[in-house]
Design a binder for this molecule. Structure first.
Ligand SMILES: Nc1nc2c(c(=O)[nH]1)N[C@H]1C(S)=C(S)[C@@H](COP(=O)(O)OP(=O)(O)OC[C@H]3O[C@@H](n4cnc5c(=O)[nH]c(N)nc54)[C@H](O)[C@@H]3O)O[C@H]1N2
Ligand SMILES: Nc1nc2c(c(=O)[nH]1)N[C@H]1C(S)=C(S)[C@@H](COP(=O)(O)OP(=O)(O)OC[C@H]3O[C@@H](n4cnc5c(=O)[nH]c(N)nc54)[C@H](O)[C@@H]3O)O[C@H]1N2
Ligand code: SF4
Ligand SMILES: [Mo]
Length: 752
């Protein structure tokens, strides 16, 4: 452990914060078995001491009396009257087996659905073990938070570059010009772009003479700090970006440079976006044609520039098209894969592969039973989970396993899903809280707290603005099984091996899955060596750590199990408690491309077809009436950090922001209560009149709506707010990705 400064002053530990994608370095002081203080780690080369209010209260999350320490079994069907009984771990797994196996036997594999939530991306268990559970369940009914989030980016990158994880990130520290759409990193600290102290990095762009442009229907804190704010109409970014591409092509400003040698479709871009003239899209986007033209010219004129779109662009009806158009502009301006542009990281655990064509990215290998939605990345849209539970027939979902998810708050048409969950024959939740979702579970299995596990953010090393690696051991001994062990046991139960089978067999399988292909590859530094010998050499306190060691040693900076003696091992990473800076991002194309042509396929057929849908929407014109968008607050984290007094104190934050003109038209004043109604449902909320929202747009944050019967979140219940996803519509999806439309929801607002 990273121990200095022995008592009485305390013991210092260093680790990264697990709460958001920024992965800031933390310095924790532990005294008398308790965390006495958390500060930003000033010696962390990546975060340099930065942290936000959430990172500094991790000890309160750890100490939260409502955080579950032991498994619970629910007695009684109705959460309002049910009791939840603490049981031993063996009893809990036996109960899972007793409930789950009969469903599988009677109704088949597809009768069990699984939902994987956001914190799964922040744990080694989530990254390395969840897929074992998914495979063991053998169900097509796989759902995750990805389809209320970033799935459009996976699809567009799959089509453009040949892999859903080949996601370029804006090179924040070197760019001269950042065009940012649908992102508010001053509250969110960034997403699909790991950059601790995102705010500071943005300020640095301007300090060095660069320019930051923010496109957002709200004048956010990020927009306030930018050089320019463009208040776009919700759901129209794809059109805006296509119009910018149209300008670049017609004004002869397209200059892809070295990218042209390995890009196909360039010559057809002009025709593909011809209909999206600035004049045609201006009324649709609510941005005047002159501004659109200038945005395009500024982008082209900048020495280096990066276009970056995030959740506001993805959770719309044209999410994939917007995600694609972001990288279309990066390609057309020659900014993809060059310093200061949008670049591909080189994570320490990357699996090395020789360059060459891939099989191509496909979706729709199967379809959802009720609505016929295409599979994407092995998943179905979570917006259709309630359909699959409610609709009778062969393959109906009768059991659900949730891992680190709160879909009753986080997914569209939440009221309907809430009711559907209550009807399940079996529900098992791996979660640290009894909340709006897990109150429906027959068994809740709580993993250790974030301070009781190793911390290593594999998912975000591949999305970082600098190449960086870090790993830290647990601060406290876990009091129950690790999350990976819980998941492994569930997988063993699902595959018929029973509640008392040895989870170590799963660990071995995973290690063999990493080492096996390497020893079989004659070009690998370990080619021909016995797997057992390498496996025996792995380092780390738990099985997932040893798996990471294998990946790092075989990775781009790795020691190749001795072949490159100066290379990285996890043990060496652990010896650097502040993490290791592996340098700025470097150009990686064309070698990284995995499309069938081994080029950037700029105009995939699916995109060309969807441009037709975008043209049709343009022809219909903007719709009348108010639309709802979301927002984030620095002291929230989706739905699950509202149980910490430190984060919810102060003015209530779950308010409906309304522009003064719209408030006047509706007869609403600041502080009034209003009913917000959509096709899906209605909520009553306090109104906050502010010109920070564009006229025609109202904003309500997601993640609230606590205090439901059967939940055990005392602080959150006292700051309940309303669930904004009672308003979002389960039928509204981006057809290419299956991502839910969470922004731009038609609503009416009336005083109550
Ligand atoms: N309207 C609207 N809806 C949205 C969004 C929006 O912008 N607007 N944003 C969407 C986005 S981006 C996301 S990512 C989703 C999030 O959707 P979800 O992932 O479904 O929801 P979270 O609120 O993140 O819930 C996380 C759950 O994990 C539990 N948890 C925390 N730590 C751990 C852990 O270490 N292990 C385990 N097993 N459980 C843990 C928490 O108690 C909580 O129950 O919400 C989406 N929903
Ligand atoms: N404090 C805090 N940090 C978080 C989270 C949190 O809940 N709280 N959640 C984490 C998660 S899971 C994620 S995915 C990230 C998300 O990180 P971001 O993508 O930065 O998400 P937001 O802060 O919600 O910013 C989205 C912005 O999009 C705007 N918007 C809405 N509709 C549109 C539109 O149609 N077009 C455009 N251009 N803009 C639109 C909204 O007004 C909002 O300002 O944040 C992460 N970090
Ligand atoms: S910005 Fe994110 S990673 Fe950094 S301290 Fe805050 S929650 Fe943690
Ligand atoms: Mo997210």
């Amino acid at each position: 452990m990273t121990t200095t400064d022995p008592s009485p002053t305390g013991v210092t530990h260093h680790r990264t914060c697990p709460l958001c994608e920024a992965t800031c370095g933390l310095e924790l002081t532990v005294r008398d078995g308790r965390v006495a203080r958390i500060r930003g780690d000033r010696d962390n080369p990546f975060s340099r001491g930065y942290l936000c209010p959430k990172g500094s209260v991790l000890q309160h999350l750890h100490a939260d009396p409502d955080r579950l320490r032991r498994p619970l079994i629910r007695r009684g069907q109705d959460p309002a009257t049910a009791t939840y009984e603490e049981v031993s771990w063996p009893e809990a797994f036996a109960e899972v087996e007793r409930r789950l196996v009969p469903v599988l036997e009677r109704h088949g594999r597809d009768a069990v659905a699984v939902y994987l939530g956001n914190p799964s991306a922040h744990t080694l268990s989530g990254i390395l073990y969840n897929r074992v559970l998914v495979r063991a369940l053998g169900t097509r009914n796989v759902f995750s938070a990805s389809t209320v989030d970033q799935m459009p980016k996976h699809v567009s990158c799959g089509l453009l570059f040949g892999g859903p994880l080949l996601i370029p990130v804006p090179d924040l520290d070197r760019t001269d010009h950042l065009l940012m759409l649908g992102a508010n990193p001053l509250e969110s600290n960034g997403s699909l772009c790991t950059a601790p102290d995102f705010p500071g990095r943005l300020r640095a762009i301007r300090a060095r003479g660069g320019r930051v442009v923010v496109v957002d229907p709200r004048r956010t804190r990020t927009a306030e700090e930018a050089d320019e704010h463009v208040a776009v109409r919700p759901g129209t970014d794809a059109h805006l970006l296509c119009a910018m591409a149209q300008v670049l092509v017609t004004e002869g400003l397209a200059a892809p440079g070295r990218l042209a040698a390995f890009t196909t479709g360039l010559e057809d871009v002009g025709a593909a976006v011809a209909a999206f003239t600035p004049e045609a899209v201006a009324p649709f986007c609510g941005v005047d044609a002159g501004t659109i033209r200038r945005l395009a010219r500024d982008l082209a004129a900048a020495p280096t520039a990066a276009v970056y779109g995030r959740i506001g662009t993805h959770t719309t009806a044209f999410g994939t098209l917007a995600a694609w158009a972001v990288d279309l502009l990066n390609v057309l301006t020659g900014n993809l894969d060059r310093p200061g542009g949008a670049m591909f990281p080189t994570p320490a655990h990357e699996r090395l592969r020789p360059p060459g064509p891939g099989r191509g990215y496909r979706t729709g290998r199967h379809r959802s039973r009720v609505r016929g939605y295409p599979e994407v990345n092995g998943e179905l849209p979570v917006a259709t989970l309630a359909d699959e539970i409610e609709t009778p027939g062969e393959g109906r979902v009768r059991a659900l396993v949730t891992v680190a998810g709160n879909p009753v708050v986080s997914t569209p048409d939440a009221g309907r899903l809430d009711a559907a969950l209550a009807s399940l024959e079996c529900m098992v939740s791996v979660d640290i809280y009894r909340n709006e979702t897990t109150r429906h579970a027959h068994v809740i299995l709580p993993p250790p707290s974030a301070l009781e596990r190793s911390e290593c953010h594999l998912a975000f090393f591949g999305l970082s603005v600098r190449n960086y690696v870090s790993w830290s051991p647990p601060v406290f001994e876990p009091t129950g099984p690790g999350e990976h062990e819980i998941i492994a046991r569930l997988a063993l139960i699902a595959s018929g091996q029973g509640a008392s089978a040895d989870p170590g067999t799963i660990d071995e399988l995973l290690v063999a899955g990493v080492l096996g292909p390497a020893v079989a590859d004659p070009d690998s530094p370990v080619g021909g060596r016995p797997v057992d010998e390498l496996a025996a050499a792995l380092w780390g306190p738990t099985a997932p750590d040893r798996l990471v060691d294998a990946m790092v040693r075989l990775g781009p900076y790795g020691d190749g199990f001795g072949a490159r003696p100066d290379g990285l091992t996890l043990e060496r990473v652990a010896a650097s408690p502040h993490g290791i800076d592996l340098g700025p991002l470097t150009p990686r194309l064309p070698d990284l491309l995995r499309t069938p042509s081994a080029t950037i396929e700029l105009l995939p057929a699916a995109i060309v077809a969807d441009l037709g849908r975008a043209r049709a929407a343009l022809a219909e014109g903007p719709r009348e009436g108010l639309v709802l968008v979301g927002r984030r607050h620095l002291r929230s984290n989706n739905s699950w950090m509202h149980n910490l007094t430190q984060l919810v104190k102060g003015r209530p934050r779950c308010t409906l922001q309304v522009h003064p003109d719209d408030a006047a038209a509706a007869g609403l004043r600041d502080g009034d209560r209003a009913e917000v109604r959509s096709r899906a449902g209605a909520v009553v909320v306090p109104v906050e009149v502010t010109d920070a929202v564009r006229p025609g747009v109202v904003s309500l944050p997601h993640g609230w709506g606590h205090g439901q019967p059967g939940t055990a979140l005392a602080v959150a219940a006292a700051h309940a707010g309303v669930n904004s996803n009672l308003l979002t519509d389960g039928d509204a999806l981006d057809p290419l990705s299956g991502n839910a439309v969470l922004n731009g929801i038609p609503v009416t607002v009336t005083p109550v």
